[in-house]
Design a protein around this ligand. Structure first.
Ligand code: PLP
Length: 399
């Protein structure tokens, strides 16, 4: 009898499962709005010119590939810190941020979760309702009890802010609150600056531990504006954690370019924290890979390449905004009467459409338009070629 005979089949990842279904669909005009990946006006995953230039530069002087330090490539980590916290950061100036290169945003969340669990295994982790589907699994696998706080207000097409505050008001001291820094996944609804200030006051008053997940910096309003919440926590002098990802902003999904930052109360505390997150990294994957970190550090460390990247990122951001406006107009032109301004009020790669699971299934089976059953559509995969068909399909299932 096989030692593995008792192994049961794990449920399919809902989004990757959707991809498999999409790939098996033989219709030529099918559209994949499931996975959170930005594609350009031609429907292609971009390879940014700034990235290509950095790669050409790196290839011109080939370097051997020894192990990186456990906490990663120092120039990358320093550049990531600046990108996340900005030039005015009190925490960076006081050297009280413990940072390491991580395997994407997911790897940063995992190292951060393991670190926090060792510190306080009895803490509850609070995630938004709904949240990125991996948050619950990631924090439960780290050993935490996970609860949700109110977030999405379907009726009001926005955020259930009073309910959010009420739920966080029930958290106990030391609990961890996972917050999407910008471009909330899956709803696309972000807190206003005033709302962030109210949340920060509550986190502070109740001794909660903010864990900021920033996977979409640059896709909302801009690189600095999207980091508002992180920088407000810094300005408030709080201890907190940030998981940052360049997967989307550099279109380097497969290179696993992320970073983890633990903002501590002083430099000495930060050095103890760093020693502990390095233990987690060492006993999980030992050290991170070199290529993506060198590419990002090359771009961010060179004025011309950085300017080029910022322009390319702005191009992605603007194109998404155009597609949002285009979708709204096309739905209105198709006679959809309900209020559609939520499409352009939401930010980032996703639109929470309010469509039911049955409507999403109809979109797939009748029209070959693939979105997530929760109603989430990746508007970053719309282009002028597929938008008319998507709008016609959505209008059809709404009527
Ligand atoms: N956090 C959120 C909210 C995300 O949407 C994603 C990716 O989709 C991640 C984290 C993970 O990013 P990465 O691909 O860098 O691991």
């Amino acid at each position: 009898m096989s030692v593995f005979a008792a192994v049961t089949l794990a449920p399919r990842d809902p989004i990757l499962g959707l991809n498999e279904q999409f790939n098996a669909d033989t219709r030529a005009d099918k559209v994949n709005l499931g996975v959170g990946v930005y594609t350009d006006a031609q429907g292609k995953l971009p390879l940014l010119a700034s990235v290509q230039a950095a790669e050409a530069r790196l290839a011109a002087s080939p370097a051997p590939r020894g192990y990186l330090p456990i906490d990663g490539f120092a120039a990358y980590v320093a550049a990531a810190q600046k990108q996340v916290f900005g030039t005015q950061s009190a925490a960076l100036a006081a050297r009280r941020v413990a940072s390491l290169q991580a395997l994407g945003g997911t790897g940063a969340l995992k190292v951060g979760a393991d670190f926090l669990h060792r510190l306080n295994p009895k803490a509850t982790v609070w995630i938004s309702d709904p949240s990125w589907e991996n948050h619950r699994a990631l924090f439960s696998n780290a050993g935490f009890e996970v609860q949700t706080y109110a977030y999405y207000d379907a009726q009001g097409q926005g955020i259930a802010f009073n309910a959010l505050l009420a739920d966080l008001g029930r958290a106990k001291a030391g609990d961890v609150v996972v917050l999407h820094a910008c471009c909330h996944n899956p709803t696309g609804y972000d807190l206003t600056q005033e709302q962030w200030q109210a949340v920060i006051a509550l986190l502070q008053a109740r001794d909660l531990v903010p864990f900021m997940d920033m996977a979409y910096q640059g896709f909302g309003q801009g690189l600095d504006a999207d980091a508002y919440a992180v920088r407000a926590l810094d300005a408030a002098g709080m201890s907190f954690v940030v998981a940052s990802s360049f997967s989307k902003s550099f279109s380097l999904y497969g290179e696993r370019v992320g970073s983890l930052h633990v903002v501590s109360q002083d430099a000495e505390e930060a050095s103890r924290v760093l020693s502990q997150i390095k233990v987690t990294a060492r006993t999980t994957y030992s050290n991170p890979p070199t290529h993506g970190a060198k590419v990002v550090a090359t771009v961010l460390g060179d004025d011309a390449l950085r300017a080029q990247w910022e322009q390319e990122l702005a191009g992605m951001r603007d194109r998404i905004a155009q597609m949002r406006a285009g979708l709204r107009e096309a739905l209105e032109a198709a006679g959809v009467r309900q209020n559609l301004d939520f499409i352009t009020r939401q930010q980032g790669m996703f639109s929470y459409s309010g469509l039911s699971a049955a409507q999403m299934q109809r979109l797939r089976t009748e029209f070959g338009v693939y979105g997530v059953d929760s109603g989430r559509l990746c508007v970053a995969a719309l282009n002028s070629g597929n938008l008319p068909r998507v709008a016609a399909a959505v209008a059809a299932v709404l009527q």
